[in-house]
Design a protein around this ligand. Structure first.
Ligand code: CTP
Length: 344
């Protein structure tokens, strides 16, 4: 068993009795800066290392590093620890989020939760001394590798902010990828539906869970650029406080709804991130807000509606606050990205 106590504002891990290691308890750790769909893909694949229907049901522990650990080993994160912790915990496949997880994965931390394996994408992560963060776990045969999602990284998102150039593929993700990200808590069974244009059956791209689909729909629309905790806590409020018993359907617009210009994240990146969020039950891509196909939802409101924002602890977070963090510390982020091979 591991106890976490607070000393000042820092979590201290206190180790006591070790639990029995279980095949179905899996650990994944990381920085999860921006918590983009590459991270969501790793979390989902970690969950899927346990076969569907396995007993006892799989549990996924997501360890998230503190800002101090990331700064020391990798460079400054953009999203703050409270934001990264809450965003990771909002993943549909995360059973438990463990804050302040050590940057170099320690077997005794996994032991204390009964987790046998750590899962990581197929890239090597080095600590500040150039050592493999997973070497000890590999030596113990307690390391599992999953496929890294191509074409997305924190480095690339920061690069877009530093240069103002948003060079990404347009269009929708492949249906097979949408189906993966639309799965329920076990990572296999269908959960979210995906539509294009409206909730009409002939506009269905991905079929979700029939019971979820039978609930009254509430449409929450926006561009959801950089899909962050400011958005997520509003979706949570809609699902748990304002519309319990309804399904929350995101109406995802193609461009920035305020300026009509390109979003920092592509449609595909935003869609996959939104699908991974446990407060989302469906997505309508480019919803038609007027004309013959507007029906199908019980209520419709824009993201950032006053009813959604009420009482939020992340309502300070907007796309601009995030971009400003990078712009205000430009020298630090250029240095961080240069270490990762980017040229400025
Ligand atoms: N990951 C992935 N696909 C990506 C990016 C990350 O599968 N495109 C995985 C990593 O392999 C790791 C987990 O997500 O298992 C958390 O990664 P993280 O520690 O946040 O950092 P990076 O791997 O450096 O990812 P990024 O460059 O995007 O920060």
């Amino acid at each position: 068993m591991l106890y976490r106590v607070l000393e000042g504002d820092k979590h201290i891990h206190v180790f006591a009795m070790t639990m029995i290691l279980e095949e179905n308890k899996v650990w994944i750790d990381g920085c999860f800066d921006f918590s983009h769909h590459g991270h969501a893909g790793a979390i989902l694949q970690a969950r899927r290392t346990v076969a569907p229907g396995a007993e006892p049901t799989s549990e996924l522990y997501c360890g998230v590093h503190s800002d101090e650990e990331i700064l020391h080993n990798k460079g400054p994160p953009v999203m703050h620890s409270a934001e990264r912790y809450a965003h990771t915990a909002a993943s549909r496949w995360c059973s438990h989020m463990i804050p302040d997880a050590p940057y170099v994965t320690e077997p005794r931390v996994l032991d204390s939760y009964g987790c046998k394996y750590v899962v990581h994408g197929d890239d090597i992560t080095l600590d500040a001394n150039g050592e493999d963060c997973y070497q000890e776990m590999k030596d113990l045969g307690r390391f599992k590798v999953v496929k890294r999602t191509a074409g997305v990284s924190t480095t690339d998102i920061i690069h877009r902010m530093l240069t103002g150039k948003y060079e990404y593929a347009m269009g929708m993700p492949p249906v097979s990828q949408m189906q993966m990200y639309a799965t329920g808590p076990d990572g296999y069974a269908p959960w979210c539906s995906v539509y294009e244009g409206s909730l009409c059956p002939n506009k269905l791209l991905v079929k979700g869970d029939a019971q979820v689909e039978s609930l009254p729909a509430v449409l929450i629309s926006g561009d959801f650029d950089l899909f962050h905790m400011g958005h997520i806590e509003q979706l949570q409020r809609a699902k748990e406080v304002l519309y319990p018993g309804c399904r929350i359907v995101v109406g995802l617009h193609l461009d920035d709804t305020k300026t009509g210009t390109r979003t920092i994240m592509s449609l595909s990146e935003r869609l996959l991130s939104i699908l991974s969020c446990k407060y989302v039950d469906g997505v309508v891509v480019q919803p038609e807000m007027s004309g013959e196909h507007t029906s199908g939802w019980t209520d419709s409101l824009p993201i950032d509606d006053a009813r959604l924002l009420e009482g939020g602890s992340f309502s300070y977070l907007t796309k601009q606050t995030i971009v400003s963090r990078v712009e205000d510390s430009r020298v630090l982020y250029v240095a961080r990205n240069t270490k990762k091979g980017m040229v400025y």
